[in-house]
Design a protein around this ligand. Structure first.
Ligand code: PEP
Length: 220
């Protein structure tokens, strides 16, 4: 089971409070060094496809590796929604990060309108078509309507989407979207759910620990 905490653009908990937890933390760029120094498995929230150049505001895979960061999220729906991220740029980021030696968690998922119009599988097919299998590639199924909303996919919905994703691309698939201590067991207990990408609940040490403890109880 893989549990990753996405702190988004929040300061997050004191990294020292998470030492010993079997989890990945994805803090903002300014907290990466502190998390690495605390001994946490630390991923960035985004990474550029070039190793250097005139790309103001971006950070490259070699820069992250130099810091001791071992992976990165790519294609989070907030990047797609607010920062013009496309399937093609997600693919470029993923490929460059993997080639450089980082682990990658690539996020996919449909909006509420897409789900309601029966487009979920087409959206996932399109988002996955640009990605290639890789030993260090993990996917995160994050239905956009469930992120930060308190709405969660039912375990059955998550299972169906994960099975579909795995039929297209052979990789572990994390579920993300309002995972909390009280719904973690049902979601993580599904056969094709290989872990969770946790946003809001990862900002609270006790909630995040409770989710990690639940994951540890579930055989993978
Ligand atoms: C996320 O940020 O990837 C996420 C799933 O957030 P939340 O758990 O708050 O829905």
């Amino acid at each position: 089971m893989i549990i990753a905490g996405n702190w988004k653009m929040y300061r997050g908990p004191d990294p020292r409070a998470l030492v010993g937890l079997d989890a990945i933390v994805c803090p903002p760029f300014t907290s990466l060094r502190e998390c690495v120094q605390a001994g946490l498995t630390t991923y960035a929230q985004n990474v550029h496809w070039e190793s250097e150049g005139a790309y103001t505001g971006e950070v490259s895979a070699p820069m992250l590796l130099e810091l001791g960061v071992t992976g990165s999220l790519v294609g989070h729906s907030e990047r797609r929604q607010y920062f013009c991220e496309t399937d093609e740029t997600v693919a470029k980021r993923a490929r460059a990060a993997l080639d450089a030696g980082l682990n990658v968690i690539a996020c996919v998922g449909e909006t509420l309108a897409e789900r309601e119009s029966g487009e979920t599988e087409n959206v996932l097919r399109r988002q996955l078509a640009v990605l290639e299998p890789h030993a260090r590639l993990v996917l995160a199924y994050e239905p956009v309507w469930a992120i930060g909303t308190g709405l969660t996919a039912t375990p059955e919905m998550a299972q169906a989407a994960h099975a579909f994703i795995k039929s297209l691309l052979d990789a572990p698939v994390l579920y993300g979207g309002s995972v909390k201590p009280d719904n973690a067991e049902g979601l993580l207990g599904q056969p094709d759910v290989d872990g969770a990408l946790v946003g809001g609940a990862s900002l609270d040490v006790d909630s995040f620990k409770a989710i990690c403890e639940t994951a540890a109880r579930i055989p993978s």
